[in-house]
Design a protein around this ligand. Structure first.
Ligand code: ADE
Ligand code: ZN
Length: 319
């Protein structure tokens, strides 16, 4: 669906389509343990977040040069633009690349080759958000922020992703304080698989302005009340939730109830190459399966711009 919208929850590494993965593997002399794209797609049956993350990190082996990151980002931006995305706030996972021997500069410079020209090339404005891997140490997160310092003119904010349960937000208090002192915006995944308490902690300890997913807030009425009162945006990803089995089926997704409760919801794609759809596909799916009215869909699109890190004048222009 081509309703103008902003995408606020998108992992650039999660946009690696099987065809591009094989193309980059050939370009870089990397052997993938799959015969072809069909066999790779067969592996896209996930039990939970961890089973997805295993494949997500494995396939990153094909990303080696600035040009690879540029090609990855351009492929995403073209697809997003075709589905009505006018603005994209894009996560990247530097530790998943530096742990393989790449410099963070290769990643940022490569992505920027695409993002820096995206308004002209795709009609999509962009922001870049550096995510810390929460299943790595707090020290590693601090070292990553330090390594990113030469590139902060291109980085708008920090986020927190990867395996959630057992890695509460409080583990990253220090690096979020350091990021805030550098003037970076703050978001974090919370309440995807982890409990509602992680959402509260992300707000109180990390000072996040948006909660990525935040789905499990529905288990805690007092937390819902707080999120409604403070207009805290939630970046929901319905097709991701189905594929990672955080909801049984799309028909069971609590999005309509969350909107009825007054929560500031947005709809996003998370890792579209893996979860069966880009931002517009997620809008189409919730419209078809959850019966959202046109007014609700417009509310979701409006929320996406309001919850973005665009300045007011940019935001008005984008929508
Ligand atoms: N990294 C990429 N996609 C993710 C997700 N849905 N949750 C946590 N970490 C991720
Ligand atoms: Zn995510």
């Amino acid at each position: 669906m081509s309703l103008p919208k902003a995408e606020l929850h998108l992992h650039i590494e999660g946009t690696l389509e099987p065809e591009l993965a094989f193309e980059l593997a050939a370009r870089n002399g990397v052997t993938l343990p799959y015969a072809d794209t069909d066999e790779l797609r067969e592996a896209y049956r996930f039990e939970d977040l961890q089973s997805f993350l295993n494949l997500y990190y494995e396939l990153m082996a094909v990303l080696r040069t600035e040009r690879d990151f540029e090609d990855l980002a351009n492929a995403y931006l073209a697809r997003a633009a075709a589905q009505g995305v006018r603005h994209a706030e894009i996560f990247f996972d530097p530790q998943a690349h530096t742990s393989r021997g790449l410099g963070i500069g290769t990643v940022v410079e490569g992505l920027w080759r695409a993002l820096g020209n995206s308004e002209a090339d795709h009609g999509v404005s962009t922001r870049l958000i550096l995510c810390f891997l929460r299943d790595e140490s707090a020290e590693s997160a601090l070292a990553t922020l330090d390594a990113a310092k030469p590139y902060l003119d291109r980085i708008t904010g920090v986020g927190l992703d990867s395996a959630e349960v057992g890695h509460p937000p409080v583990k990253f208090r220090e690096v979020y304080e350091a990021a805030a002192a550098l003037g970076l915006r703050r978001v974090a995944h919370a309440g995807e698989e982890g409990p509602p308490e992680y959402i509260t902690e992300a707000l109180d300890v990390l000072g996040v302005e948006r909660v990525d997913h935040g789905l499990r807030c529905v288990e805690d009425p007092a937390l819902v009340e707080r999120l409604v009162r403070d207009r805290v945006p939630l970046t929901l990803c319905p097709l991701s939730n189905v594929r990672l089995r955080t909801v049984d089926t799309l028909a069971d997704h609590p999005l309509p109830a969350m909107l009825d409760a007054g929560l500031m919801c947005t709809v996003n794609s998370d890792d579209p190459a893996y979860f069966g759809g880009y931002a517009g596909d997620n809008f189409d799916a919730v419209r078809a399966t959850l019966g959202l009215t046109e007014e609700r869909l417009r509310e979701l699109a409006r929320n996406s711009f309001l919850a973005s890190f665009l300045e007011d004048d940019e935001e008005r222009r984008a929508r």
